[in-house]
Design a protein around this ligand. Structure first.
Ligand code: XCC
Ligand code: SF4
Length: 648
């Protein structure tokens, strides 16, 4: 394997990598290396196995076959493959949303779940024309849940939340024929048309792909965010810590990993149960320590301040600390490799989703109807496992960082607007005057192809230095938190003068943690609010803003990229989409698509260069809006560039 320092810029990860190497434990980085060289046809997107006349592959050098047995060209094959990635990614977010909607329905009928944010429930009910006057919370929750569930099977019309977008952006979608009708419908449409002998025009395949992606961003993901806020409360800014050092030497460590907060929320409650804490003490532990990995960690961080043990590439390392009694997983981004790994430790891998079993996992089916009892059962099992911990093998890096999280479309303005002026006006004014150059959403995964966290940190620091406010979610947010970027002090260290002034005046960090990846829907709402506030154009694509996913790897990230682009966002990827063997499709997504939607994709693996693509884009948008340049111009290549470059 590469040296530990080449694998990651995170000191805790480097320390644990060395530890794992000394124990002869193979990790995701080793498997990545063993997989080299990876298939070139697959990377370029020109391999098809959609029927058994194939598999077929197109020779990218033009010497061999230029069409599949059915006659499909590179552009058709790559478009179909990409479309299927979008379908899967959108389905993941949306099926998660379905579970939340079902849980809200249970809350209405009386269960362990209760509506914690009644105000948000009522606001959403009014938005959806559901009667609220003189009705009980349960009745309203029932109707909202049913209406949300209706969005999945809706056959005609437009998804409800698309009405949140500026009118002109909605019209762009209607004119382009990509306005999503129903969530499930768009996924089926996309799968159907990619069947052998189906849609054989890469442009119309992409059109359907965009519709499915919009059904994620303005459908599934937004439903998940909104209903989770209603059920578990809208986040409020809070402090916590992150990195493997949050694991406790003397307590029962339970780590949740995956995505759906319907489970992790109940575990938060169960780990606070007095009887269970007493039980933990009876087996010699000082208490029960809950922490998380990946997006489910972000969910309970945002609402309860539960510490985050790490991001995607740290899931195996967490187990190699030897200090985890149970890793409780649901679905998405859980490496099947965990099965083999837990065999070497006392750690129990507990799978809980009806949709996902894992090798070597003990399955405890999580029924929303008996949620708290099941959560308690999981906690009890974890406690009973504490005496099996081999203390001589425990190795927890003494590294963790403080952070502030809990930003939402509702509370960002109480920060940026000041407590007494609840509007987006001050945010818009900050951009209009150029104190803020613009905003960028930096999001996404980790990928062993890239030095862990270096893409996130490199691009984010460079944006900050150039007075770009950064919004973040998912594994990027955890990377930023580990590096101290989610603290107000980070503004002094990394931000340009204008952004510093804003951060100082309102006491915010220069990077705002908006939650899990489904919560990128919060960014869509914020952008819509910015347009509604006025002065920054009439379409989402007018805003001096952009997006980046420096270390993305998942199909969910593809879906997000597409709804971002279709929502007018210039989106810079650190890793190309698997389409480079398809010249026309590549041209379409990197250029032509902008004319219709105002957004397009760019690929740049160097984080500093990527940041400057975004900054240039923001400046172009400022010019288009006839705004002045940034208030304080930053000379190119400030101090962080060299630092990050050296690290890369
Ligand atoms: Fe998964 Fe959501 Fe990616 Fe992290 S960022 S690796 S998708 S956990 Ni969403
Ligand atoms: Fe080959 Fe066409 Fe079948 Fe794909 S659909 S495997 S390109 S014959």
């Amino acid at each position: 394997m590469k040296s530990s320092e080449n694998c990651s810029v995170d000191p805790a990860t480097v320390e644990m990598l060395k530890h794992a190497q000394s124990q002869d434990i193979s990790l995701v980085w080793d498997r990545y290396e063993a997989m080299q060289p990876q298939c070139g046809f697959g990377s370029l997107g020109v391999c098809c196995r959609n029927c058994t006349m194939g598999p077929c592959r197109i020779d990218p050098f033009g010497d061999g076959a230029q069409e599949g047995v059915c006659g499909a060209t590179a552009d058709i094959i790559a478009a179909r493959n990409l479309a299927r990635m979008i379908a899967c990614g959108s389905s993941a977010h949306s099926d998660h949303a379905r579970t939340v909607a079902e849980s809200l329905l249970l809350a209405a009928e009386g269960s362990d779940y209760i509506v914690k944010d009644v105000r948000k429930l009522r606001t959403l009910a009014e938005e959806w024309d559901i009667e609220t006057a003189e009705r009980s919370t349960e009745d309203i929750a029932h109707d909202v849940a049913e209406a949300a569930l209706g969005q999945f099977g809706q056959q005609r019309g437009e998804l409800r939340f698309t009405a949140r977008a500026p009118e002109e952006t909605q019209q762009v979608w209607r004119d382009a024929g990509v306005m999503p009708r129903g969530i499930d419908r768009e996924m089926v449409d996309l799968m159907h048309r990619t069947h052998v002998g189906g849609d054989s025009d890469y442009k119309s395949i992409m059109k359907s792909g965009i519709r499915a992606a919009l059904a994620d961003g303005w459908g599934g993901s937004m439903i998940a965010t909104e209903l989770q806020d209603i059920l578990f409360k809208t986040p409020m800014w809070l402090r916590s810590r992150t990195n493997l050092g949050v694991l406790k030497r003397d307590q029962v460590n339970i780590v949740v990993h995956g995505h759906e907060p319907v489970l992790s929320e109940m575990l938060v409650a169960a780990t606070q149960d007095k009887e269970l804490i007493a039980l933990a003490k009876s087996v010699g532990a000082k208490g029960i320590a809950l922490s998380g990995i990946c997006c489910t960690a972000n969910e309970i961080l945002m609402r309860h301040g539960i510490p985050v043990a790490g991001n995607f590439l740290q899931q195996e390392l967490a187990i190699t600390t030897g200090a985890i009694e149970s890793m409780v997983v649901d679905i998405q981004c859980v490496l099947p490799a965990l099965g083999k790994l837990v065999d070497k430790y006392h750690t129990k891998l507990i799978s809980t989703s009806t949709k996902a079993n894992f090798p070597n996992s003990e399955h405890i089916d999580f029924h929303e109807t008996d949620a708290l009892n099941i959560a308690k059962q999981i906690v009890r099992k974890s406690i009973e496992n504490f005496p099996n911990r081999d203390k001589s093998r425990v190795m927890i890096p003494d590294i963790s960082s403080p952070l502030i999280a809990g930003f939402s479309a509702e509370n960002i303005f109480t920060f940026l607007g000041g407590r007494y002026r609840p509007s987006y006006r001050p945010l818009n004014d900050a951009i209009i005057t150029g104190r803020l150059r613009g905003a960028a959403a930096v999001v996404g995964c980790n990928n062993p192809r890239h030095q862990h966290d270096s893409g996130h940190l490199g691009i984010t620091k460079e944006l900050l230095a150039n007075d770009v406010l950064v919004l973040t979610t998912g594994c990027t947010a955890i990377a930023d938190a580990k590096a101290g970027l989610l603290c107000p002090e980070a503004a002094e260290k990394y931000a340009g003068k204008g952004l510093q002034e804003i951060c100082r005046a309102v006491g915010i960090p220069p990077v705002l943690h908006m939650g899990a990846c489904v919560d990128i829907s919060r960014v869509l709402v914020i952008l819509s609010n910015i347009i509604a506030e006025g002065g920054l154009g009439t379409r989402l694509s007018d805003i001096p803003a952009a997006a980046a996913a420096p270390e993305w790897m998942s199909e969910k990230a593809v879906a997000i990229g597409f709804y971002a682009v279709a929502s007018g966002c210039y989106t810079v990827l650190g890793e190309p989409l698997p389409i480079l063997g398809a010249p026309k499709l590549t041209e379409c997504l990197a250029d032509e698509i902008e004319e219709t939607f105002g957004g397009k994709f760019a690929v740049e693996s160097d984080p500093i260069e990527a940041a400057h693509l975004i900054i240039d884009h923001i400046d172009r948008k400022r010019t288009d809006l006839h705004l002045s340049g940034p208030m304080y111009d930053v000379p190119y290549a400030p101090k962080v560039s060299t630092e990050a470059k050296a690290a890369g």
